[in-house]
Design a protein around this ligand. Structure first.
Ligand code: PLP
Length: 372
């Protein structure tokens, strides 16, 4: 069986978890503090707050910029439902925007038409780890007076114009769930140089107990405390941080190069297929989390079945959110995203593959997609 994606956990992660378990303190303490310090260094000195999922990271980031009922956030419709649920968790409205055919990223021209006096923020999604033109995105946000919450769930370890995603910009959210570029079991993080947003996220992850993070990193707890904002139980555990710390050391040496080489092989071997379109989403240093392609001429489902018959899993990232009952009632109205939804197929991509697995996927795909 060739899986679409999977967690890559080795002896070092197991040993790190064992150490935490034997230490007998599992909540949030020095392991999480160390992981945050290492992420701070990795992101060139950007403060990081770790939480228990990428969705929680998005939710707390949005809450920390003061988002609430009546507010609107511009979001590309082609994203994991986590992006939309994080906005609605604040009582705000996610406004589904069209995506571009070339790279499935947010279409800024369409977003411009959806700006109202209630628009407070824009949430670009770095689909397949590609951030697109962030200069244009930030210029758009400045022009409309919007905060930017980057959904960088796919893009940990990637660079934009030489700088790491998360090391610059407004507020950047990562996911460390089991199949992302690195994992902490489940997990996520908010990276921002905005001190107030950072402090609010730190408090809100611990039920809003003010400055409890500092206490916990000293191995203490706040007993006589103050709470003035809505909080949640979203903190990261020591077990998760132990896994994440090991994974972080493996990203640039091991996981990144593997993902890059498999994606390059797909590109090289599938470029001449008549009924397959590659996305124009390569940057200088992109570590692809997924490898979606477009299968045209109505061949997508046939390819999916042919691969499945050979034990090869595929995926479809993602069902456009405006087609969901909760976020638009299902009425079709964003033509590019809807067409992509009919054409999208994600091929297996994870560091546990061999080049021969990728070649087998390519052979079958070439057979179905009109290779010369
Ligand atoms: C994975 C993902 C999230 C949410 O992360 P979780 O850690 O799974 O909660 C958000 N947005 C996108 C685009 C994702 O792929």
């Amino acid at each position: 069986m060739t899986r679409l994606s999977r967690s890559i956990i080795g002896e070092a992660e197991i040993a790190a978890v064992r150490t935490v378990l034997e230490r007998g303190f599992l909540g949030m303490g020095k392991e999480v503090e160390c992981f945050e310090q290492e992420l701070f260094a990795y992101l060139d000195g950007t403060p990081v707050a770790c939480v228990n999922t990428g969705t929680a990271a998005l939710h707390l980031a949005l809450q920390a910029i003061g988002l609430g009922p009546g507010d609107e956030v511009l979001v590309p419709t082609l994203t994991y439902v986590a992006s939309f649920q994080a906005v609605s968790a604040c009582g705000a409205t996610p406004v589904a925007c069209e995506v571009r055919e070339s790279d499935a990223l947010l279409d800024l021209d369409d977003a411009a038409r959806r700006v109202t006096e209630r628009t407070r923020a824009i949430m670009p999604v770095h689909y397949a780890s590609y951030p697109g033109d962030l200069d244009a995105l930030y210029a758009f946000a400045r022009g409309h007076g919007l905060r930017v919450i980057e959904d960088a769930a796919h893009a940990f370890g990637c660079r934009y114009r030489g700088r790491k995603i998360g090391s610059f910009g407004d507020v950047v959210c990562f996911s460390f769930d089991g199949i992302k570029n690195i994992t902490s079991g489940e997990g996520g993080a908010v990276a921002t140089r905005d001190k107030q947003v950072h402090a609010r996220v730190c408090d809100a992850r611990l039920l809003g107990v003010e400055k409890d993070t500092d206490q916990r990193y000293r191995g203490e707890r706040s007993w006589e405390f103050e709470v003035s904002a809505q909080g949640w139980r979203y903190h990261m555990s020591e077990i998760m941080a132990a896994i994440g710390r090991v994974q972080l050391t493996r990203l640039d040496a091991e996981f990144g190069p593997a993902r890059v080489s498999f994606a390059a092989r797909y590109r090289e071997r599938l470029a001449d297929c008549r009924n397959l379109r590659l996305f124009d989403n390569q940057g200088e240093h992109i570590i692809p989390h997924i490898f979606p392609v477009r299968i045209v001429a109505g061949r997508r489902d046939a390819l999916m079945q042919a691969l499945n018959a050979q034990g090869i899993q595929t995926g479809m990232h993602y069902k456009p959110n405006h087609l969901l009952a909760r976020f638009g009632g299902g009425a079709p109205r964003l033509a590019v995203a809807e067409r992509l939804w009919d054409e999208l197929l994600s091929l297996p991509l994870h560091p546990g593959l061999a080049l021969s697995d990728v070649d087998r996927v390519c052979d079958i795909t070439r057979g179905i997609c009109g290779a010369p």
